[in-house]
Write a protein that binds this ligand. Structure first.
Ligand code: ADP
Ligand code: MG
Length: 664
C-alpha cells in the first residue's frame, strides 16, 4: 500500500489537499511535524494515512470524547480498525479495548491525555510497537491558547516513558506565534517540518449585519433557509435558552447546547444535531470543538464573539464539505460591553498578577480587532486573512462588503470637527456625549460636561446622527481615535489623530502664510525652521498613512466608504453574483439519496455524513454513477465504502433513471 492507494481506497479521495501530502511524507520518513491548518482543512488525514503506512500502532491524543468517537466511527466506516479509550468506557470495555490493542487488532488508538500515564495504558505501551504519537488540537498544551488543558502536559512524560521514541506529530488550527512556539517547545518536537497552509476558505460567504431587532432578523433568515443545517452561536446560556424556546415554538427542528446542561442532555442534543434529527443547533461557544459535521450550511453568530480567532474557528464549522456556506454575524454595541465585562472577570490562579494583567490587555486588544471587523467596509475575508498574517486580494467577491456598492465620501471637514472637539474637551468623554455636542443637542449630559460652551458645539447640526456615528466609527477603525476599555469608554486621540489635527492646523497656517506674512504675524505665529522640519516629517507620515489607509496622498483628507443606496435596476457593472451551491442536475434524485442515507445511518448508528457527504450525493445526482467503476470515480467513494453503501446508492440511482426514463 502506498499513500495514494490509501487515500483513494480507504478514504475515497482522488487528491491530497494543500499541505497534506508533505506532512504525510515527512511522518512516514520518520520526521516530527507540526501542521497548522484552519478548521476543516483536513488535518486528521495527515496522521491517519501515515498511521496506516507505518509498521506499528499510532496513538492519537485528542481532547474531547465526542471528537474521538466521531473520528473512530469515520475510520470504522472506512474499514480501518480503530478504537478510543476515555472516561466514557466502562472499566470492562476499557480492559477489552486494551487487550485487543495488545493483540494488534487496532492500527489507531485515540486516547484522552489524562489516560496516558495510567498504569494500564503504560503497560500496553510497553508491550506493543508504537510508531507515532499524534497530538490533535495541539494548542491545548499552551497556556496562552484559549483551551489550555493541563492533561496535555502529560504527553511529554508519556513519550519519555516509551522504550523507543516514536515520531511525534502535532496539529492545530491556532496560528498565533506564542502558541506555535509553545507546542514546539513543550512537546519537544525535533527539527519538525512545520507546515502552515492558507487560511482562506473560499466556499464561505462572510457578512456582518447590525439588525435593529436580532430575533426578527433571525426568524427571517431561518425562513429563507428551511431544511438546511446550521449553528446559531450566542454569548450567554440565557440567550441560548430564550432563542431555542422561540425557535421550537415557531416549529423549527432546533436543539441546544451549553455548559449548564447535564452531560447526558448535552450528549443527546449533540447527537440529535449530528444525526440531522435536529439540524439547527443553538449554542454557546462550549459547543463545537471537534464537530466534524460536514453539511453545516450556515454559522450565525447572534452575538459578536471575543476575538477573531474564536470567530474564525466557530464560523469555520460551516461548509466543511467544500460546498458554499454562510458565516453571518449579528453585531450590537452591547456585545462589546459583555465581552469587556468577561475580560475583567477573568481569573487564573496559575498566573501572577502581572501576567494576568498582560493577558487582559492582550484580550482587550483582540476584542478591539474583532469589533473593527464589524465596522470595516473593506473585504471581510481580507480582514480576517490579514489578521492571521496573510495577504488576500482586497476583493474576494464572496462577502457582504465586496457585494455591496460603496461610494467614497470626503468627510475631512466632519472628522476635523470631531477630532478637534475630542481634543479641546481634553479627551474625557464618550461617543454619545461627543455626538450630541457636535450635533448641537442640548441635554443634561452635554450641559453638565460644559460641551454646549465648546466652539465645536452644533458645528455638525446639518448632519444626521447616523452619519456622525458612521464617521466616528470610521475614525476608530482607521485608528485616529481609540476607546478606553471599561464601563465608561472614553474617546482618546491616537498619535495618528494628533498628527492629523496638527497637520490640518499647519496647513491652515501655511495657507495663511501664503496669503501674506502679515496675517500670520498678526496671529502671533511664525513658521520657524523647526516648525517646517516638523511639517515635512508630518507630511511624510501622512503619505505613508495614506498608502496604508487609502486616504488622500498627503494624509490630510479622510475619505469614508459608505454603502450606496441600492438602485432599483441592477447596473451592468455590478459585482459578480455570489456563488450558489453547485447545480444538481437531478434534485429529486438528490432528495432520494439523502433519504436513503438517513435510513442507512439510522440502521448503522452513525451520523449521515459519515456514510457520504452532501457533496458526494450531489455529484451522484449529477453524474448518475451505476457501475462500480463509475461509483469509485465519485469524490468521497472508496472501495470499502462502495462495498458497504455504494451498491445500495447505485440501486436508488438506477431505479430513479428507470422511473423517469433517463438514459445516459
Ligand atoms: P480539520 O481537523 O482540519 O478541521 P478534518 O480532518 O476533520 O479537518 O477534515 C474536514 C473534512 O475534509 C472531512 O470531511 C474530511 O473527510 C475532508 N477531507 C480531508 N482531506 C480531504 C481530501 N484530500 N479530499 C477531500 N476531502 C477531504
Ligand atoms: Mg480536526
Amino acid at each position: 500500500m502506498d499513500k495514494y492507494s490509501v487515500l483513494k481506497e480507504t478514504f475515497g479521495y482522488t487528491s491530497f489537499r494543500e499541505g497534506q501530502e508533505e506532512l504525510v511524507d515527512a511522518i512516514v520518513s520518520g520526521r516530527d511535524v507540526l501542521g497548522i491548518m484552519p478548521t476543516g482543512a483536513g488535518k486528521s488525514l495527515c496522521f491517519q494515512i501515515p498511521a496506516l503506512l507505518l509498521p506499528g500502532i499510532t496513538i492519537v491524543v485528542s481532547p474531547l470524547i465526542s471528537l474521538m468517537k466521531d473520528q473512530v466511527a469515520s475510520l470504522n466506516a472506512a474499514g480501518v480498525h480503530a478504537a478510543f479509550i476515555n472516561s466514557s468506557l466502562t472499566e470492562n470495555q476499557c480492559r477489552k479495548a486494551l487487550e485487543f490493542a495488545r493483540e494488534g487488532r487496532y492500527k489507531i488508538i485515540y486516547v484522552a491525555p489524562e489516560r496516558l500515564m495510567t498504569e494500564t495504558f503504560l503497560s500496553l505501551a510497553g508491550a506493543v510497537e508504537i510508531s507515532m504519537v499524534a497530538v490533535d488540537e495541539a494548542h491545548c498544551i499552551s497556556q496562552w491558547g484559549q483551551d489550555f488543558r493541563p492533561g496535555y502536559l502529560k504527553i511529554v512524560d508519556f513519550v519519555d516513558a516509551l522504550p523507543t521514541r516514536p515520531v511525534l506529530s502535532a496539529f492545530t488550527a491556532t496560528a498565533t506565534r506564542t502558541v506555535k512556539e509553545d507546542i514546539q517547545c513543550i512537546l519537544g518536537l525535533e527539527q519538525p517540518l512545520v507546515t502552515v497552509t492558507g487560511y482562506d476558505r473560499k466556499n464561505l460567504y462572510f457578512s456582518v449585519e447590525k439588525p435593529k431587532d436580532k430575533k426578527q432578523e433571525l426568524l427571517k433568515y431561518l425562513m429563507g433557509n428551511k431544511g438546511k443545517s446550521g449553528i446559531i452561536y450566542c454569548n450567554t446560556r440565557k440567550t441560548v435558552e430564550e432563542l431555542h424556546g422561540e425557535l421550537v415554538e415557531s416549529g423549527y427542528p432546533a436543539t441546544r447546547y451549553h455548559a449548564g446542561l447535564s452531560d447526558l442532555e448535552r450528549k443527546q442534543n449533540q447527537e440529535d444535531f449530528i444525526y440531522d434529527r435536529s439540524p439547527i443547533m443553538v449554542a454557546t461557544n462550549a459547543f463545537g470543538m471537534g464537530i466534524d459535521k460536514s453539511n453545516v450550511r450556515y454559522v450565525l453568530h447572534y452575538n459578536m464573539p471575543k476575538d477573531v480567532e474564536s470567530y474564525y474557528q466557530e464560523a469555520g464549522r460551516a461548509g466543511r464539505d467544500g460546498e458554499p456556506a454562510e458565516c453571518i454575524l449579528y453585531y450590537a454595541a452591547k456585545d462589546v460591553k459583555i465581552n469587556e465585562f468577561l475580560i475583567q472577570q477573568q481569573e487564573n490562579p496559575e498566573l501572577e498578577r502581572e501576567e494576568l494583567e498582560l493577558l487582559r490587555e492582550r484580550n482587550y486588544e483582540r476584542l478591539r480587532k474583532m469589533t473593527f471587523y464589524c465596522f470595516t467596509n473593506e473585504c471581510l475575508r481580507d480582514y480576517i486573512l490579514r489578521y492571521f498574517g496573510e495577504y488576500g486580494s482586497n476583493y474576494c467577491g464572496n462577502c457582504k462588503n465586496c457585494l455591496t456598492e460603496f461610494q467614497d465620501v470626503d468627510v475631512t471637514e466632519e472628522a476635523t470637527v470631531l477630532l478637534e472637539l475630542v481634543r479641546s474637551s481634553r479627551e474625557r468623554y464618550g461617543i454619545q456625549a461627543i455626538t450630541d455636542a457636535v450635533h448641537g443637542t442640548v441635554n443634561d449630559r452635554v450641559r453638565r460636561f460644559g460641551l454646549d460652551r465648546n466652539p465645536g458645539f452644533g458645528k455638525l447640526k446639518e448632519r444626521t446622527v447616523v452619519r456622525i456615528r458612521q464617521i466616528l466609527n470610521d475614525l476608530l477603525v482607521k485608528d485616529y481615535l481609540s476607546l478606553t476599555p471599561g464601563d465608561y469608554p472614553v474617546l482618546k486621540l491616537t498619535d495618528q489623530g494628533r498628527r492629523f489635527l496638527a497637520l490640518t492646523r499647519e496647513q491652515d497656517e501655511a495657507s495663511l502664510a501664503m496669503a501674506g506674512r502679515s496675517a500670520v504675524e498678526q496671529k502671533g505665529i511664525s513658521l520657524t525652521e523647526r516648525n517646517l522640519a516638523e511639517h515635512n516629517e508630518m507630511a511624510m507620515t501622512g503619505r505613508i498613512l495614506a498608502e496604508q489607509t487609502g486616504n488622500d496622498a498627503d494624509g490630510s483628507r479622510i475619505v469614508l466608504k459608505l454603502p450606496k443606496e441600492r438602485e432599483k435596476e441592477p447596473k451592468k457593472d455590478q459585482p459578480e453574483k455570489r456563488k450558489e451551491a453547485a447545480e444538481v442536475k437531478y434534485p429529486q434524485l438528490f432528495e432520494l439519496l439523502r433519504q436513503k442515507r438517513y435510513q442507512m445511518a439510522q440502521e448503522a448508528h452513525v451520523p449521515p455524513y459519515i456514510i457520504f457527504s452532501d457533496k458526494t450525493l450531489r455529484e451522484m445526482s449529477t453524474c448518475l454513477p451505476q457501475t462500480e467503476k463509475e461509483m469509485l470515480s465519485i469524490n468521497g467513494v472508496g472501495t470499502r465504502k462502495y462495498e458497504q453503501y455504494g451498491k445500495e446508492f447505485a440501486g436508488v440511482i438506477r431505479e430513479y433513471m428507470r422511473d423517469n426514463q433517463i438514459s445516459k
